[in-house]
Design a protein around this ligand. Structure first.
Ligand SMILES: Nc1ncnc2c1ncn2[C@@H]1O[C@H](COP(=O)(O)OP(=O)(O)OP(=O)(O)O)[C@@H](O)[C@H]1O
Ligand SMILES: [Mg+2]
Length: 244
């Protein structure tokens, strides 16, 4: 049965078991979760609960052991590697705890790499220019700086610009503030919040920080490989209002 039109991505009874020699880890044990178009979802849960595994399956960096994954009405589970690569390239922006910028390229060139790759996409959406993407994260003035000339928070904002320049259908962030102090982390959250407001990008953010849940439309808590609770925020807070 096709996914409802409002879900950009949907997991249906997804499990993931890692087997390493004699050790089996059931990282996900039957997850149902839909990422609704335009929402900002925060994923909370203790270390080892399966959050990264879940995000990686949503973004087709990894495949489930069982269960189904839908992108709109297309079933991704069962798709071949080439299709999954194409899906990621055209539709998914990733942001990780560590920024993974190329040190020998400037901020603008780091973003440019992705816009060049995204230009071959098949759905007709033009990527934004690197300058435009960097302006959206508040780094218009730092385009020609190399990563070593930027603070950790600025580097993370370059990574966010790089993730969104191709106008992805979903932006998936795995502990984007995990390596940052509170005030720098807040600037990164402001960048995510303004992208969400201005571009309407469907966004999922993994965090250990319960306070960050305040800026979400929905907070999903994962425990021991299962969705433990789903909570809607009546009123979203701005990053500056979070009690963090
Ligand atoms: N590639 C892998 N091979 C084997 N086991 C793995 C692999 N990736 C994750 N695991 C295991 O699966 C479980 C869930 O891991 P996952 O990384 O999804 O947790 P997490 O909630 O993101 O934790 P953290 O908050 O520490 O990042 C853990 O027990 C982990 O050790
Ligand atoms: Mg993780």
């Amino acid at each position: 049965m096709p996914a409802p039109a409002t879900a950009v991505l949907r997991l249906e009874q997804v499990t993931k078991t890692y087997v390493m020699g004699d050790v089996r880890v059931e990282a996900l044990r039957g997850v149902d979760l839909a990422l609704q178009r335009g929402e900002l979802l925060v994923l909370l849960g203790p270390s080892g609960s399966g959050k990264s595994t879940l995000l990686n399956i949503l973004g087709a960096l990894d495949v489930p052991t069982s269960g189904r994954v839908w992108f709109g009405d297309e079933e991704l589970s069962g798709a071949d590697r080439d299709r999954l690569t194409e899906f990621r390239r055209a539709h998914v922006g990733f942001v990780f705890q560590f920024y993974n910028l190329i040190p020998s390229l400037t901020a603008k060139e780091n973003v440019q790499l992705v816009t060049d790759i995204a230009r071959d996409r098949t759905d007709g959406l033009e990527p934004m220019s690197p300058s435009e993407a960097l302006a959206l994260v508040g780094l218009a003035a730092r385009q020609d700086h190399f990563p070593a000339q930027l603070s950790g928070g600025e580097q993370q904002r370059v990574a966010i610009a790089r993730a969104i320049c191709k106008r992805p259908a979903v932006l998936l962030c795995d502990e984007p503030t995990g390596a940052l102090d509170v005030s720098t982390g807040r600037l990164v959250l402001e960048a995510l919040d303004s992208i969400h407001r201005e571009l309407g990008t469907t966004t999922a953010v993994i965090t250990h920080n319960v306070a960050i849940g305040g800026m979400a439309d929905r907070i999903v808590t994962i425990a021991d490989g299962l969705v433990h609770s789903v909570r809607h925020n009546e009123q979203r807070l701005g990053p500056r209002e979070l009690a963090w």
